[in-house]
Write a protein that binds this ligand. Structure first.
Ligand SMILES: [Zn+2]
Length: 253
């Protein structure tokens, strides 16, 4: 396995999808944001075997230059590796809701038990407790040293979901968005039959993200988009469904 540079400051360092960065079939896309001086990781994967993830990160930078792992949300494929990251000296950050649920590895609030029983995870999969996760405030910035990421409240796929944004390269260029499980290439979404999937809030979240006019989109699954027109078209596709009160097509089928 090996890290894949996707953009000037973005590497793919783990994924359940194909390619050299593949770590584990149960992992989401895990990104490294690295500007040459400072960096963060976005999402921690399932935790089933986290060593290849951090080995990929080590190909690009020393852990000492990283300001931690930002979690988009509490689902096992994104948050299960949080405890492993902490055991390797990395600080983990998430929304207050996510931080609270993961502190005890709460498989009810995070839906890990339900997902396991549905066959999403192996029968012996358990969400590892990760106490001491730092709380990110939606609407505020996560801005250590030379980094600046916006922290965007984005409920709908599940409670406590966050999207992270890097500022555009210049005044004319929109932000780079790390969208977790909110929206994927093609304008698909992830609606699941779980108690905290809220389709009305989902529509509001997608509409507000569309207004940011992103220049690049790095989703939690599937491939990225680095074309503002294509991103706008995908948001318009999803919004056209929500506007008619119809769920957009699911990324998972
Ligand atoms: Zn999810």
């Amino acid at each position: 396995v090996t890290a894949v540079r996707l953009a000037e400051q973005v590497w793919l360092v783990g994924t359940g999808g194909p390619g050299p960065a593949h770590t584990n079939p149960y992992d989401c896309n895990q990104y490294l944001v690295w500007n040459g001086t400072d960096g963060v990781l976005i999402d921690a994967g399932s935790g089933i075997d986290s060593r290849p993830w951090l080995d990929n990160v080590a190909e690009v930078t020393d852990f000492e230059a990283l300001h931690g792992v930002l979690l988009t949300h509490w689902h096992g494929d994104h948050a299960g590796g949080a405890a492993f990251a902490q055991a390797n000296g990395l600080t983990v950050w998430a929304s207050p809701l996510t931080s609270d649920a993961l502190s005890t590895g709460d498989e009810e609030r995070t839906q890990a038990r339900r997902a396991r029983e549905a066959g999403v995870y192996p029968a012996d999969y358990r969400l590892q407790p990760a106490p001491g996760i730092g709380a990110l405030v939606p609407g505020a910035a996560f801005a250590p040293r030379t980094l600046h990421l916006s922290v965007i409240d984005s409920p709908g796929h599940c409670d406590g979901h966050l999207v992270f944004g890097l500022p555009g390269a210049n005044d004319d260029s929109g932000p780079t968005l790390f969208t977790g499980d909110v929206i994927f290439a093609g304008g698909t979404v992830s609606l699941q039959a779980i108690p905290d999937c809220r389709i009305d809030l989902y529509g509001e979240t997608v509409a507000s993200l569309a207004r940011l006019d992103a220049a690049a989109l790095f989703p939690g699954h599937g491939h990225d988009l680095q074309d503002a027109a294509a991103i706008a078209a995908d948001f318009a596709f999803a919004n056209s469904h929500f506007d008619r009160l119809i769920p957009p097509p699911n990324w998972l089928v």
